[in-house]
Design a binder for this molecule. Structure first.
Ligand code: ATP
Length: 274
């Protein structure tokens, strides 16, 4: 770590090799008076999977949800910094967060299909956006991309809630990609799934990155090594009397796991793996 970074107790900036789709610069993120995350620069590279790892409460979900203004729905939330999406700050006054979420979609921890048919679940966002094209074709394409088509093509009128947990999560992924977003934010998408469904969703993520840019929060270190191209490791700073998350280091996943630069990363990774 260089002297300035060390003095400020912030990570050295990660120099991504490829195109950056979202350039996230957090100065501070507050919930009311509570400083949840500080000083974290997290570039999200095009058509790659960027994994966010770190101990509970280090702000992984907070940073992820800041990337499409999902946290705006929390009144006490305050973001200081910038999130540049293709060069446009999504926190600029004139930007409509609903439009941001049209391009930067989200998949949550718990599969949350709507109480409606499988078809209508996938068509939901398209109808909301007054899509004028061939709805059936788009629903089929989304279900195929979500690796669910073969399992549901003969029961599209059945309720989305009738599917298994793993199928429900793939349905939610189909719903998220039906409107053809550019980026998918995934907040522990496998934590409610069994190992077989988890592997299916992981394989799906690897396929999705051919068309989408993905940012993934995961508690599962092995999952990060299996799917993430780049990994951002966050920790909690208790040195100033609070519990504030910050980025410790970010780099190619292999380097983070096999040759971390920071002692904290080393300790976390070896603790998790040993
Ligand atoms: N809506 C909220 N209101 C107040 N504080 C919050 C809110 N959401 C999160 N926090 C706090 O912000 C900090 C970061 O939380 P966050 O959920 O982002 O961490 P995380 O690293 O994703 O944790 P976990 O791995 O346990 O899900 C925590 O101290 C948490 O208690």
């Amino acid at each position: 770590m260089n002297a300035i970074a060390e003095a400020l107790f912030v990570a050295e900036p990660f120099q991504a090799a490829g195109d950056i789709v979202i350039d996230c610069n957090v100065n501070n993120i507050f919930y009311g008076d509570f400083l949840a995350v500080r000083d974290s620069t997290v570039p999200i590279e095009k058509k790659k999977i960027t994994g966010f790892i770190g101990p509970s409460g280090c702000g992984k979900s907070t940073v992820l949800r800041s990337l499409n203004r999902m946290n705006d729905l929390i009144s006490a939330f305050r973001f200081e910094g910038s999130v540049m999406y293709h060069g446009q700050d999504i926190y600029a006054k004139k930007v409509d967060p609903v439009v941001v979420r049209r391009y930067i979609g989200m998949v949550f921890q718990q599969p949350n299909p709507f109480s409606m048919s499988i078809f209508d679940n996938v068509a939901f966002g398209l109808r909301l956006n007054r899509f004028k094209g061939d709805l059936e074709e788009r629903v089929e394409r989304a279900l195929k991309r979500a690796a669910l088509w073969k399992e549901v093509k003969d029961k599209l009128k059945n309720s989305g809630l009738s599917l298994s947990g793993g199928q429900q999560q793939r349905l939610c992924i189909a719903r998220a990609i039906a409107t053809e977003p550019d980026v998918l934010l995934m907040d522990e998408p496998c934590s409610a799934l069994d190992p077989i469904a988890t592997r299916q969703v992981e394989e799906l993520m690897l396929e999705l990155k051919q068309n989408y840019t993905v940012a993934l929060v995961t508690h599962n270190m092995q999952q990060a090594t299996r799917v993430a191209d780049t990994t951002a490791f966050f920790s909690v700073d208790i040195s100033r009397g609070g519990r504030t998350g910050y980025l410790v280091e970010m780099g190619p996943t292999r380097q983070i796991f096999e040759a971390p630069r920071e002692q904290l990363t080393k300790e976390y990774i070896s603790g998790e793996f040993s």
